[in-house]
Write a protein that binds this ligand. Structure first.
Ligand code: NAD
Length: 372
């Protein structure tokens, strides 16, 4: 039976990388029925919102989505569709693996890290008070009374909530993931020495959850030390479980260790639904290149194709996922049919476009698993 998957092409360079991933997934032989849904600035006029209800309903119904990046226009009051989707579907896990593939230019080799970032709390909760507002003033007064601490009156304030429930579910998820993937260690990242009641709670709950998983090693690191260790000795780490902000920063650091955004896949996962998308954005400066020359679009589809590989694993299609990853790795290692960012010299005229790289990956999969 075919899997029904919501397909959101996105905008900018999104539709092309999303289409590349869709074609690669179809080439595995696993059967899919795609329910195409549109979100972002392009549907604003038609629906009066960048995230029409039917998009969220479609993901709820199907439980799984593949998505291209969507632009968040700056200064228009337009809320990020990406953040809104994570909220609407309670996608509390942001999964960001960082793995070295020979052939990708990087200062490091043999990296295989996974960042499990909490996606709903912390400084990203969206609870903010503008400098000079009546609410900021009232909050400053209240804090003076409650905590006997003064805050300068010209301060803007962002609130950092971290809950037992929110921490428990993300840390559990990280341990369950470790078990499923046969991984050895989970490291909780925090700044509990300074923020005793938010990061301190994160650490305490992490330790409590770790107690239930004696088969997986557990340790913790203070975030600044973690950043340094990742640069100096990344091989010592396996899965990092982090509150939202540290997870955001460290996952970019980890993407940097393995060659950057072009190869960084991601997933946003909740108990009911999961949405797979690359870490990178819509790379708007590339939009339209394909109109000048149908084969000229340059962005690297790898991050989205590897997000599709994560989708296959999520569905339990482990063998197909493995084939996708091996084909991606082989095409990158050969270095011939790859986009400019994977060439030694980015202006190398032999660099291929998005679609051609996907074609090469599909051809490689066929080579690896002859029909029949
Ligand atoms: P971006 O990731 O789109 O681009 C940053 C730079 O990285 C680009 O100039 C490009 O050189 C490079 N790059 C990105 N993807 C690449 C790829 N696949 N291949 C090769 N090079 C690639 O980040 P940005 O410019 O900060 O954001 C553009 C828009 O995307 C913004 O509106 C932002 O809000 C949005 N965005 C969306 C998502 C999402 O949909 N989940 C995520 C991040 C950013």
């Amino acid at each position: 039976m075919a899997y029904r998957i919501t397909f959101i092409p996105g905008d900018g360079a999104g539709p092309e990388v999303a289409q590349a991933a869709r074609r690669v997934l179809e080439a595995t032989g696993v059967q899919f029925e795609w329910e195409v849904q549109h979100a972002g600035a392009e549907v604003m006029d038609q629906y009066g919102t960048p995230l029409p209800d039917q998009v969220v309903e479609s993901i709820r119904r199907n439980g799984v989505a593949l998505k291209g990046p969507i632009t968040t226009p700056i200064g228009t009051g337009f809320r990020s569709v990406n953040v809104a989707l994570r909220k609407a579907l309670d996608l509390y896990v942001n999964l960001r693996p960082a793995k070295s593939y020979p052939g990708v230019r990087s200062r490091y080799q043999n990296i295989d890290l996974v960042v499990v970032r909490e996606n709903t709390e912390d400084l990203y909760a969206g609870i903010e008070f503008e400098k000079g507002s009546a609410q900021a003033g009232a909050l400053i007064d209240t804090i003076r009374k409650l905590a006997d601490k003064s805050i300068r009156p010209d301060s803007g304030i962002s609130i950092k909530p971290i809950s037992v429930e929110g921490t428990r579910r993300i840390v559990r998820w990280a341990f369950e993931f470790a078990r499923r993937q046969g991984r050895k260690k989970v490291t909780a990242v925090h700044k509990a020495n300074i923020m005793k009641y938010s990061d301190g709670l994160f650490l305490e709950v992490s330790r409590e959850v770790a107690g239930g998983y004696s088969d997986i090693e557990f340790e913790d690191r203070i975030v600044d030390n973690m950043a340094m260790q990742l640069v100096q000795k990344p091989e010592l780490y396996d899965i990092l479980v982090c509150p939202n902000l540290y997870g955001d920063i460290l996952s970019d650091l980890c993407a940097g260790l393995v060659g950057g955004l072009g190869v960084a896949p991601g997933a946003n996962i909740g108990d009911e639904s999961a949405l797979f998308e690359p870490v990178h954005g819509s790379a708007p400066k590339y939009k339209g290149l394909n109109k000048v020359n149908p084969t000229a679009n340059k962005v690297n589809p790898t991050a989205t194709i590897l997000s599709g590989m994560l989708l296959l694993r999520h569905l339990g299609e482990v063998e197909a996922a493995k084939r996708v990853e091996e084909a991606v790795a082989a095409v990158i290692a050969e270095g011939k049919f790859v986009t400019y960012d994977l060439k030694e010299d980015p202006s190398d005229p032999s660099a291929v476009g998005t679609r051609e790289m996907a074609d090469a990956i599909i051809a490689k999969m066929k080579e690896m698993a002859p029909a029949g």
